[in-house]
Design a protein around this ligand. Structure first.
Ligand code: C5P
Ligand code: C5P
Ligand code: ZN
Length: 465
């Protein structure tokens, strides 16, 4: 069957049939090794699969990888697992997986390279892997065929939001939306339009303004004093010494803040498309306690990134599995570090600026930004660097260089596909890479940066011409 060929028309039915086929194959085994990615989408994917395997009576282990390369694959093969289930990774390494002759299922949403029999990926059924379903959503759909696992719809949505799949349209679309509706129907989650600024569950309101990076609020973002002044000026009161959180405000106060922010942005001359990004769909996890990070899909996903991207995937996984005690506390502590690192990373790029080539701009953070968060920093910088070119970032890594890249939808409309460009340029210099049209990454040899940039610049040039 030609199921591994890329399709252009959406085919939900065949997608579900393939999900069921993967589930049937999994059930032929008594144990599995789940291998997943070290970010929010990867953690939620692994948790969904782990729980579903447990319910189906299979033994399982979970392992995480920064990226799936030859060495990681060799390590997996060495442990001789009965079955390997790759979640949120694998689609970029299908031929290598095939050559290991392992029993394996790949449940992923990255742009596929190669073919594989038990491979569930939205791109093969006409769906867009960067907006319509994430690794956690694909995995949720397999889990739904493994048993009654509809209660994991909330985790699936946390993964999608962690991958910023709701950003392009201001709401989840495609298969994500179906999963979301299922979660709402089953009472595990709620969706509504609200302010999109980060931290509505847990932070005093002035922090939402102070840390707003998309949109960047000129004169307010980055300044605690100006943020507080803005709120006081529009009549938002403190309770004694304390600023309330967004969730503590009265509806009229929320409306007041939103309309004042709109006015402020308009009078600052911001484009309407940026101002619109103040409002969008937000996702609330109804089984979680109000006022905690895990109540809001966006805050939850950041909490998870704060663990897995710092070698503590076990802590994030435990949180996904339901631990609201010790692991939750540990994750919260890591979250403070993560926030600090992101602010420092953004400041570094602001100070250092980017180098412009003909079709791309880049910055090299050396050892100043951790390779596992340099992509997040590059994404956050997109709001203040020029929009006419994608942004490429380098960070030192063990035995090589980590590359991250972020584009925008205007460039994609013109033909940009970073996953393809980065993948090809990386392979041309002896590295590996891939991802999505809007965001991609690679690992290349230390001395290959200039050659890589030259090739990448020309590939991007030919894509958007
Ligand atoms: O590996 P993976 O699929 O997890 O990651 C997707 C990446 O794409 C995320 O880092 C996310 O930030 C990025 N992305 C983005 N803008 C979008 C959609 C995805 O930067 N509109
Ligand atoms: O690491 P970063 O956040 O920049 O990754 C952007 C996207 O590229 C993610 O979806 C990630 O999984 C993918 N990627 C990849 N192969 C790599 C590095 C990143 O597919 N070697
Ligand atoms: Zn993902």
């Amino acid at each position: 069957m030609g199921l591994n060929k890329k399709k252009t028309t959406k085919d939900v039915m065949t997608f579900h049939i393939k999900a069921r086929e993967c589930a049937v194959y999994i059930k032929k085994h008594s144990s599995a090794l789940v291998v997943s990615h070290i970010d929010a989408d990867g953690l939620t994917s692994a948790a969904i699969m782990g729980k579903a395997l447990e319910r189906a009576g299979l033994d399982y282990d979970i392992r995480f990888a920064k990226q799936l390369d030859g060495a990681v694959l060799a390590g997996i093969a060495d442990s001789n697992p009965e079955l390997v289930i790759f979640t949120d990774l694998g689609s970029g390494m299908l031929d290598a997986i095939k050559s290991l002759k392992l029993n394996a299922v790949v449940s992923d949403h990255h742009q596929p390279q190669g073919t594989f029999e038990h491979h569930l990926n939205p791109h093969l059924f006409g769906f867009h892997g960067a907006t319509e379903v994430s690794g956690s959503g694909v995995t949720y759909l397999i889990a739904s065929s493994l048993g009654n696992n509809a209660d994991f719809a909330d985790l699936a949505i946390v993964g999608a939001v962690g991958d910023l799949q709701h950003v392009k349209h201001g709401q989840l679309i495609g298969l994500n939306r179906q999963i979301m509706e299922e979660g709402a129907k089953n009472g595990v989650l709620r969706y509504e339009k609200d302010l999109l600024l980060f931290g509505k569950q847990t932070r005093p309101i002035f922090k939402l303004l102070q840390y707003s990076s998309d949109p960047f609020l000129p004169g307010i973002s980055g300044s605690e004093d100006s943020s507080i002044e803005f709120l006081k000026k529009i009549g938002i009161r403190q309770h004694g010494e304390k600023w309330r959180r967004w969730i503590d405000l009265e509806a009229v106060e929320k409306q007041q803040i939103v309309s004042s922010l709109f006015q402020f942005c308009l009078s600052s001359g911001m484009p309407v498309s940026s101002i619109q990004r103040l409002i969008g769909e937000v996702y609330t996890l109804l089984r979680e306690r109000e006022g905690t990070e895990v109540r809001d899909a966006s805050e939850y996903s950041t909490l998870l990134n704060a663990t897995a991207r710092y070698d503590h995937a076990d802590i994030g996984l435990a949180v996904c599995m339901g631990d609201r005690g010790k692991s939750y506390e540990e994750a919260s502590a890591l979250l403070n570090e993560h926030r600090k690192n992101l602010v420092e990373g953004i400041n570094l790029v602001k100070e250092q600026g980017t180098v412009r080539m003909e079709h791309l701009q880049y910055f090299d953070s050396g050892n100043k930004i951790r390779e596992t968060i340099v992509g997040i920093v590059a994404g956050m910088c997109s709001s203040f660097v020029n929009h006419d070119m994608p942004i490429i970032a380098f960070a030192d890594s063990d035995g090589g260089v980590k590359v991250s890249s972020r584009g925008n939808y205007e460039l994609i409309r013109k033909g940009l596909n970073l996953g393809n460009a980065i993948g090809e340029a990386a392979r041309a210099v002896g590295g590996t890479g891939g991802g999505h049209d809007i965001a991609a990454g690679a690992f290349i040899p230390c001395n290959a940066k200039n050659e890589f940039l030259k090739i990448l610049d020309s590939k991007i040039g030919s894509q958007i011409r």
